[in-house]
Design a protein around this ligand. Structure first.
Ligand SMILES: [Zn+2]
Length: 245
């Protein structure tokens, strides 16, 4: 059985206080990565449903060899898996007299990403799709794809108004401008990867062209981002020059 990193004591105490006051009814996994799914067993033990896209359950159910991390993720026990999954179409969950919306975003950070939208609060939980200050991870171990991430960011931006708070997996909430900026970056880079493919260019030639040069001051070192984006884009070579902005 895989050993999960321990939850910090402060978080544990915080959750225990919440559990004493309220019944936990549902947890939504935005994707399979353990930072997003590591609470599943405790939630299910507390009687809550764990909701996710079917692919998230499949990744958690199987061994995942994440070569870019040099790590193998063991299959999770049944008690840690989502117990309510979906394949397609907008999903909703009753919440505070209204409803929470959660929607599959296709292949983006992984192939099971969902965003979770709280319409009354004007909040969208975007998890690892949105990465405001570092290049995002295009997870080559679980079918991420940069063109899909660009589309996912467009979808999220379309759900935002000027006051929407978008919650990334890491860091403070951001507004729609940060989502659109990242979408522009993803579109530019996936387009340049496509041009390089169709010229018959190598990965080294792509790097030499500095395809992220105007974005590095904001997002930092592009090495991992470019490697993953390039490798995963091969599976989309037929569509890479038709990515809609
Ligand atoms: Zn992730």
């Amino acid at each position: 059985m895989a050993v999960r990193p321990p939850m910090p004591r402060s978080c544990r105490n915080c959750w225990l206080r919440i559990f004493r006051k309220h019944r936990l009814r549902a947890v939504i996994n935005t994707h399979w990565h353990w930072a997003q799914s590591g609470f599943n067993a405790a939630a299910r033990k507390a009687g809550a449903d764990v909701l996710a896209h079917e692919y998230t359950k499949l990744w958690l159910s199987t061994e995942v060899n994440s070569r870019w991390e040099g790590r193998v993720y063991k299959p999770q026990p049944a008690a840690s898996l989502p117990n309510k999954t979906f394949y397609s179409g907008p999903q909703s969950l009753p919440f505070g007299g209204g409803a929470v919306e959660y929607v599959h975003l296709g292949q983006a950070h992984t192939d099971g990403d969902v965003y979770v939208r709280f319409p009354e609060e004007n909040i969208i939980v975007a998890a690892d799709i949105v990465s405001p200050t570092k290049y995002p991870i295009v997870d080559s171990a679980s079918n991420g794809w940069l063109g899909g991430m660009q589309g996912a960011l467009r979808t999220i931006a379309a759900r935002c108004d000027a006051n929407t708070k978008v919650i990334p997996a890491v860091g403070a909430p951001v507004g729609v401008d940060a989502v659109k900026s990242q979408q522009d970056m993803c579109y530019s880079v996936v387009s340049r990867i496509g041009e390089n493919y169709y010229k018959g260019g190598t990965f080294d030639e792509l790097l030499a062209s500095k395809p992220t040069k105007e974005f590095d001051s904001r997002y930092g070192d592009p090495a991992l981002f470019l490697k993953q984006s390039y490798e995963t884009a091969w599976y989309h070579v037929n569509e890479i020059r038709r990515v809609a902005r």
